[in-house]
Design a protein around this ligand. Sequence first.
Ligand code: HIF
Length: 293
Amino acid sequence: MSVSQSKKGDFAAVRQAIKALLHQPEYDDGSAGPVLVRLAWHSSGTYDINTDTGGSNGAGMRYEYEGGDPANAGLQHARVFLEPVKEAHPWITYSDLWTLAGAVAIEEAGGPSISWQGGRTDFVDDTKILKNKIAGRLPDATQGAGHLRKVFYRMGFNDQEIVALSGAHTLGRCHGDRSGFEGPWVNNPTRFSNQYFKLLSTLEWKPKTLPSGVKQFMYYDEDTETELMMLPTDMALLADPGFEPWVRRYGEDKDLFFRDFAKVFSKLMELGIERDAEGRITNTDNELGGYLS
Ligand code: HIF
């Protein structure tokens, strides 16, 4: 057992520890932030409003059934970045740590402040993950608008919220050895902005088939000599009459995007969580429940 560097519930100390590891000169574009945002979202985005299963309680990706979901390929990098934080602050649950890391990464990349509350509990084994089949629930980037609606309506989001969330693809990049897709969406992928919407709605995107046979969309930016990319699901936002007006609005109005994004990302982190009036989680997932009370 390591000695805790903070008292139980001192999330400010954990925030500091997360901030301190974001700068990673040897990794990708120099920041661990984007992959931490992806970890936070994939840990929450399994929620199914109809069966009230999945969501950000549990940290089920530590177990093979959910961790080995092909949609989660590459997220071990994020978990490895965070392991020293867990060792230094062993009282925090993985489910709190992963969601908090996503929120901190967005804020530190210059994004809006994300309202975040703790208290999630971790599964002690994989029983619930196997019983509820918590895999295969995340979106497939080769699909179109119908698939996006199916997956995000299942989590309880509407069209405007789907588009607002999508702005997170300003951060980070695709990796051939993780998803099969390649490249960043924007020129400065460690800076949170509404650039994704601007580029999506104003540039001329061309289909491109990678040597592996994977199909994506590309734009070659001559100024920076960088090739930018969009996924088929990103392009689907532009082609759909319910999504497209929001793409344009967020491209034109950064403040509106930041406000709406903060709300919807916070909602994403709370999927599957029920709280009482004091903010304590009432649907804990194991006998370690309510660790803050
Ligand atoms: Fe992503 N996303 N995402 N995503 N995502 C990838 C990478 C990131 C989808 C597919 C992919 C959201 C929605 C969707 C981030 C954050 C969010 C990759 C590349 C794929 C294929 C993975 C790799 O190869 O490393 C699909 C189909 C989505 C439904 C629209 C969210 C809104 C945009 C919910 C979201 O927050 C982030 C950040 C990354 C970059 C990760 C990195 O390692 O840099």
